[in-house]
Design a protein around this ligand. Structure first.
Ligand SMILES: *[C@@H]1O[C@H](CO)[C@@H](O)[C@H](O)[C@H]1NC(C)=O
Ligand SMILES: *[C@@H]1O[C@H](CO)[C@@H](O)[C@H](O)[C@H]1NC(C)=O
Ligand SMILES: *[C@@H]1O[C@H](CO)[C@@H](O)[C@H](O)[C@H]1NC(C)=O
Ligand SMILES: *[C@@H]1O[C@H](CO)[C@@H](O)[C@H](O)[C@H]1NC(C)=O
Ligand SMILES: [Zn+2]
Length: 475
């Protein structure tokens, strides 16, 4: 096999992550294209193989199975597809990726995606191709206009992620980046003022807010918050205005043509500092195949509503942060492969921003009937010290939550850990996704299992972590 010289993307290595790939003497270390998920294989890493010499080194390293794939020339977009980490019972009766889906993909006669008019389809310069395939993941090469909307065509429990156009310099989270969190963890103890602040989060207000975001209140006019829809524009404007009312300074951060922007809001610390804490959720959503409705009450109306509830409480209680700036972020483009957060994390890294903690809340409301209230923390994509901090904070301020780990992995915090920032994720369950309305047009707040008490308990944990890490005063 000969490696084509011309990058982008002549030859790829697609293999489970190994530290040797990114060791200093590795010819791959500057050609990282990200980590991608597969239910049965932890963390596929993708690298471009820059030249023949590098290919020879790694070809010798993999004597039997060759994890190399050749990429056709042209401006096609590479997209990773994978089955999500859902309970087996949800998969019953679901078709998964069928041969006919693949056939239509390859013959490029996929049905037109929803809301496609925002894109002018360019001429595909090469045919769609499957580059890598396992029973629960695929790497495909397709025309860019199809790639951006492929999430609307996928079976319910499959996700898509667009590969970046350029390599992402691989960055481990440095020991010094974790110092602030370690310090907080070391001195952590119950603070009655923190308890009185976080307990002030209002459940009736969260109930109203989520009904606006899903359109259940019949007044917002939101039918969908898919990243290209008018509903997502309404949600962005509304979120920005609500955050501003709470005293934050807000900006839209557009990241890609056709997508609604990230909404980034900030409270500056009383003592000037560059240290910043980010708490976030994603306000875009995804519905059932063929339906224009995507209310996303759980995914991720719950996480965004939690962050908004924190902002409302900051205003109500007159909280001011002392030693770190605090940003509240509502990301977009998550369902297309963390696109909004990747752009923002990259921008922060380029500006040498000092993000000392990032906590993403994605799906916090669903509790399967008969199960206790839970908080699932990441088994894989997360900084262990941050996960430990959140664990201990949960024991202190939300002891009603049953704690444990989850394989559910790949929300917007992944974009930040890839840029070397300390992160964790808050999820509604210990174990896999059990919400039967996941990526479904019936993901509403008025239904069995949608639990405001759990959502409240998890928002308290996110808020208490910020108060302990940033330091605070009350007006
Ligand atoms: C965090 O909680 C664990 C388990 O409850 C405990 O063993 C540990 O000492 C706590 N760590 C700190 C720093 O408080
Ligand atoms: C929150 O605190 C405010 C004022 O401190 C109080 O009026 C309000 O009732 C409290 N709300 C909740 C839900 O505790
Ligand atoms: C923040 O960073 C900038 C640029 O690195 C630096 O000039 C400035 O002094 C820093 N501010 C504080 C308060 O540390
Ligand atoms: C980046 O920030 C660190 C501290 O956060 C500082 O030591 C370093 O000088 C900065 N580098 C640049 C290029 O601004
Ligand atoms: Zn989500």
């Amino acid at each position: 096999m000969t490696a084509k010289a011309a990058f982008p993307l002549g030859l790829l290595l697609v293999a489970p992550f190994h530290p040797k790939f990114i060791a200093e003497d590795s010819c791959l270390s500057n050609y990282f294209y990200g980590t991608y998920h597969d239910v049965h294989t932890p963390g596929y890493s993708i690298f471009n193989v820059p030249d023949q010499e590098c290919y020879d080194v790694w070809d010798a390293y993999f004597p039997r199975n060759t994890p190399f794939v050749e990429v056709p020339e042209g401006d096609n977009q590479l997209v990773w597809l994978h089955q999500d980490f859902v309970e087996e019972r949800l998969l019953e009766g679901s078709t998964g990726i069928t041969d006919s889906f693949l056939d239509s993909l390859l013959s490029s006669d996929l049905p037109a995606p929803l809301d496609q008019e925002v894109f002018t389809p360019s001429q595909p310069s090469s045919s769609p191709m499957i580059l890598h395939q396992s029973p629960t993941s695929l790497l495909i090469s397709i025309p860019p206009f199809q790639a951006r909307t492929i999430d609307t065509l996928l079976p319910p429990f499959w996700k898509s992620a667009l590969l970046p156009r350029e390599p992402i310099p691989y960055r481990a989270v440095s020991p010094s980046a974790i110092e602030p969190v370690k310090k907080v963890l070391k001195n952590l103890k119950f603070d009655p003022v923190v308890a009185s602040i976080v307990n002030n989060i209002s459940i009736p207000q969260m109930c109203n807010d989520i009904r606006f975001l899903t359109g259940e209140d019949g007044r917002s006019g939101i039918v969908s918050r898919h990243s290209f829809t008018p509903g997502a524009v309404i949600a962005a404007k509304w979120l920005k205005a609500r955050f501003e009312n709470s005293g934050a300074e807000c900006h839209y951060k557009p990241f890609l043509q056709g997508f609604v922007p990230n909404v980034v809001c900030r409270y500056s610390a009383i003592n000037p500092t560059n240290d910043t804490i980010i708490i976030s959720g994603h306000y875009d959503s995804r519905g059932s195949f063929g339906s224009t409705r995507a209310p996303g009450a759980d995914d991720d109306g719950s996480g965004v509503t939690g962050v908004l509830a924190i902002a409302r409480t900051i205003a109500r209680k007159g909280v001011r942060f002392t030693n770190a700036n605090v940003e509240l972020v509502a990301f977009a483009g998550e369902e297309q492969g963390l696109l909004g957060s990747k752009a923002y994390a990259k921008e922060l890294r380029a500006a040498n921003a000092s993000v000392i903690l990032m906590i993403q809340a994605d799906m916090t409301a669903y509790r399967a009937p008969g199960e206790p209230m839970q908080l699932g923390l990441p088994e894989r994509i997360g900084t262990p010290e941050v996960t430990q901090l959140v664990w201990n904070i949960s024991e202190i301020y939300s002891p009603e939550l049953h704690l444990g780990l989850t394989p559910v992995c790949c929300s917007d915090h992944q974009s930040f850990i890839e840029q070397g920032y300390p992160v964790t994720q808050l999820f509604e369950r210990v174990g896999r996704i059990a919400d039967p309305m996941y990526h479904n047009s019936h993901d509403l707040s008025e239904r069995e299992g949608y639990d405001f008490d759990q959502m409240y308990a998890i928002a308290k944990v996110q808020f208490a972590a910020v108060l302990h890490t940033a330091g605070y005063e009350l007006e």
